[in-house]
Design a protein around this ligand. Structure first.
Ligand SMILES: *[C@@H]1O[C@H](CO)[C@@H](O)[C@H](O)[C@H]1NC(C)=O
Ligand SMILES: *[C@@H]1O[C@H](CO)[C@@H](O)[C@H](O)[C@H]1NC(C)=O
Ligand SMILES: *[C@@H]1O[C@H](CO)[C@@H](O)[C@H](O)[C@H]1NC(C)=O
Ligand SMILES: *[C@@H]1O[C@H](CO)[C@@H](O)[C@H](O)[C@H]1NC(C)=O
Ligand SMILES: *[C@@H]1O[C@H](CO)[C@@H](O)[C@H](O)[C@H]1NC(C)=O
Ligand SMILES: *[C@@H]1O[C@H](CO)[C@@H](O)[C@H](O)[C@H]1NC(C)=O
Length: 502
């Protein structure tokens, strides 16, 4: 049936694209990590063996699933691996998310271990508007109306139908969804919305509750840093306090420019409120990024060597000078690891980049699209509201709403964001999903767990809350120094899948 696919292993041209993306030598830190989204998305598991990756495939997808009179279609990208498939086996789908789909996931990662175990046929579908899946000619606001999670779920439904037909998959085959982060939510929602198509879902690190002021994010970042020491948190707080003082004198400005390698000098008038907010947020995001991806076994990550322990060791080391100097050292290390020459914090530059509607722009790699989804569907604004003393009070909800308005237009104001977030929770149910055969997996130091289900009491939809792991840790290939509770979680998930497939 699907055996012929075995032969379709061709050179990964996608390698080239990614290398270009990384080496275009951006100097802009906020491009790297925006609204909790790393430009490297899930990152990629390590392909230890130099195996050939499956080639990309395409199929025609509807533009608008909710307007039966709209006949427009577009090519959506997907990948398939039939190597482990045996007749009567299940079908596994890795749901693509807020970044380019990566063929590496077709041969590596924990779900592939499950596929080998249960002899599954594996697909990966790229999310509309990300990567190479372009439903429209550009990313104008008029076209972005087709970028919604509901359209993405309907894409998956049509994909299942199409693949069933194309590969002559028997009608009683069990389809299991996999996803991490936003796709973790999509995986659970697929089971809820399309139970006749989807038999089960492994939902990793999925933020199910849409929320405008995601102030818990930095609360979790703080407690993650505290697993090193209170002194680490205190040093950050002291450093930000020193920055605050330096922002009030011309000499202080000069020092900041130099210490933090700012791309543009601080405005002498010191009154550019948005720039200052952006500066504080960018520095806070240095910690967010390290915490969110702490020791997660991603291979491609440039910040792999920087963990909570390594950055906190620097922050508490008093021989390295006053706190602001230690913070600056971390900033320099992360800039260097990301091959960035200087720290960009200019608000107007960021907005200009995000306003670019071309598929060729750097932000079209996912930044603008994810921005749009946060402004229209999810919020998820990682504000400093709950931890003003730690990261400064300068990036509250208003600052993020301002960005929505500045990037997409005056209509994208607080009322629109409020309505969008409310709508998402009404349509999906927030934390109150009523379904079966879903497992919710979270890590305690992943800030996103705060918007997910971590203590389910329903045995049909259990949750696994892993003490000490970061974002999507259970999805990456196992490594020798994985925590025992992470190893156990992988086993538990495997058993659950087995139960669903009985
Ligand atoms: C996929 O991940 C690998 C690393 O595992 C990387 O080399 C490759 O460039 C990535 N491809 C894309 C399209 O991002
Ligand atoms: C990370 O650390 C390892 C071992 O300490 C080292 O060999 C490697 O060069 C480092 N990588 C980067 C990107 O700094
Ligand atoms: C503290 O920093 C100094 C200077 O960089 C370094 O020599 C020393 O090894 C560090 N101490 C610890 C405990 O890491
Ligand atoms: C958008 O980005 C593209 C590609 O980087 C660039 O050529 C173009 O000039 C940009 N457009 C605007 C309006 O900045
Ligand atoms: C889960 O935990 C949250 C907060 O810790 C609590 O409010 C909620 O009642 C708990 N839910 C269940 C089902 O135990
Ligand atoms: C989580 O792990 C830490 C460090 O190993 C330990 O101190 C803590 O008690 C654990 N928490 C739970 C709830 O098991």
């Amino acid at each position: 049936m699907v055996r012929h696919l075995l032969n379709m292993k061709i050179l990964p041209w996608t390698l080239i694209v990614f290398v270009l993306l990384i080496f275009c030598n951006t100097s802009l830190a906020w491009r790297r990590f925006l609204r909790g989204r790393s430009r490297y998305n899930l990152g990629y598991p390590d392909v230890s063996k130099q195996i050939n990756l499956p080639k990309e495939l395409w199929f025609q997808q509807h533009l608008d699933h909710f307007d039966p009179t709209n006949a427009k279609s577009w090519p959506q990208r997907y990948f398939v691996n039939s190597e482990y498939y045996k007749e009567n086996g299940p079908v596994f789908v890795m749901i693509g998310g807020e970044g380019e789909a990566n063929a590496t996931w077709m041969v590596e990662g924990q779900w592939i271990e499950y596929a080998k175990q249960y002899k599954a046929l594996c697909f990966q579908l790229e999310h509309r508007f990300y990567g190479k899946s372009h439903p429209t000619s550009d990313l104008s606001v008029k076209n972005l109306v087709y970028l919604t999670s509901e359209q993405a779920l309907a894409d998956l439904a049509y994909f299942i139908e199409e693949m069933t037909h194309l590969h002559q998959i028997p009608a009683d085959t069990k389809w299991i969804m996999f996803g991490g982060s936003y796709p973790g939510s999509l995986a659970a929602w697929m089971r809820v919305k399309y139970p006749h198509l989807v038999h089960g879902a492994v939902s990793s690190s999925g933020p199910l509750l849409a929320q405008i002021d995601f102030q818990q994010y930095f609360v979790v970042v703080e407690s993650a840093l505290k697993t090193h020491s209170q002194a680490c948190v205190d040093a950050i707080s002291a450093a930000n306090n020193q920055i605050h003082i330096m922002l009030h004198s011309p000499l202080g400005h000069q020092n900041l420019n130099k210490k933090f390698k700012l791309c543009d000098p601080i405005d002498p008038s010191g009154t550019k409120r948005n720039d200052i907010s952006n500066l504080y947020e960018t520095l806070a995001n240095n910690f967010a990024e390290v915490v969110q991806y702490n020791k997660d076994n991603r291979q491609s990550s440039k910040i792999k060597n920087y963990t909570i322990d390594t950055i906190c060791d620097i922050l508490v080391n008093e021989t390295k000078g006053i706190p602001v100097d230690r913070l600056a050292e971390i900033n320099s290390l992360l800039l260097e690891a990301n091959m960035e020459k200087c720290l960009d914090y200019k608000y107007s530059k960021m907005i200009d980049e995000l306003r670019n509607i071309s598929w060729k722009s750097e932000m079209a790699e996912g930044g603008r699209q994810w921005f749009y989804q946060t402004c229209t569907e999810f919020g998820f604004f990682q504000t400093s509201t709950a931890r003003p003393k730690l990261f400064s009070e300068t990036f509250p909800v208003d600052f993020f709403i301002q960005q929505c308005t500045d990037v997409f237009g005056p209509r994208y104001n607080i009322h629109l964001v409020e309505k969008g977030v409310e709508r998402t929770n009404i349509l999906y149910g927030g934390l109150h999903l009523s379904t079966t055969n879903v497992v919710y997996v979270h890590g305690s130091i992943d800030p996103w767990h705060a918007l997910g289900i971590t203590n389910s009491s329903n045995i049909q939809t259990p949750s696994i809350y892993i003490n000490g792991t970061a974002h999507c840790a259970n999805m990456y290939p196992a490594s020798a120094d994985d925590l025992p509770q992470l190893k156990l979680a992988r086993q538990q998930i495997g058993k659950l899948i087995g139960k669903w497939l009985e």
